[in-house]
Design a protein around this ligand. Sequence first.
Ligand SMILES: Nc1ncnc2c1ncn2[C@@H]1O[C@H](COP(=O)(O)OP(=O)(O)OP(=O)(O)O)[C@@H](O)[C@H]1O
Length: 309
Amino acid sequence: MPPILQISGLAKTYSSGFQALKGVDLTIETGEIFALLGPNGAGKTTLISIVCGLVNPTGGKVAVAGHDIATDYRAARSLIGLVPQELATERFESVWATVSFSRGLFGKPKNNAYLEKLLRDLSLWEKRDERIMALSGGMKRRVLIAKALAHEPRLLFLDEPTAGVDVELRRDMWRLIRELRETGVTVILTTHYIEEAEEMADRIGVITHGELILVEEKAALMSKLGRKELILQLCEPLPRVPEALLRHGLELRDGGNELVYVYDSARERADVAVLLTELAVAGVGIKDLRTTQSSLEDIFVTLVNGERA
Ligand SMILES: Nc1ncnc2c1ncn2[C@@H]1O[C@H](COP(=O)(O)OP(=O)(O)OP(=O)(O)O)[C@@H](O)[C@H]1O
């Protein structure tokens, strides 16, 4: 089976001459949640817009479940749902009319049972006869998702799904996205919230200046680039790291009152035990200890800044 999304050498130069995408390669397998992270202007929306047929690329290829978006556009587009950031139209329409119209746009036969289930799953069923303009911001966002799912797409793009929503709705959205994945829908989301990527994604892609600089399983990314610090508060300050402990690469901080050990979060757990034993042998008394772990945010900032340097 071809991957649900295959992007190769994708390039976009806008008519202004600005190069928004510089040869992006990306393969997405069915059933994953993929988070695309990047600073403002990195090219996220351009990428999504090309896949959805809203912007023409200037180079490269995109295939959705094997259907080329240029030569087999209809088939490719019918497999995609797009949840944009803003609800622009249909303010006067009812929820039901909007959602069933969206389904019709893709030439799908009527299936009221499916739409009913969709609206129930999104807690919109009670609101089905209300005009969209009368709904709360959170409900409007749910309508956007219902619209995007009305034609039963297999690949769902969510462009900053939780920008500006409250914590409760954000949690609801996350639950919903996970449920969608369980039904076999592949989800690609863009987000500025690192926490969101950390919470939701199976894989993470980092895009900056039109280049995908990293694609990695979230867990692997965290353990590969994540660092832990073990901070030992000493009973007595040390003027320097004892000779016998030099091989651990320790650092003294806080005027010799703290000894800091930096290690990969994935491994070297055994070394912590060795270190503590050797400290005891060297007669270094420990008053207290704590650990800190770099977050995805630290990793992201390091990556993006590193790329710019
Ligand atoms: N129609 C256009 N003509 C010229 N330049 C454009 C056009 N659309 C976007 N750009 C530029 O391309 C770059 C990438 O924009 P894009 O919207 O893809 O970024 P983004 O990663 O989605 O950013 P954000 O996180 O702010 O939404 C930006 O520098 C933007 O100014």
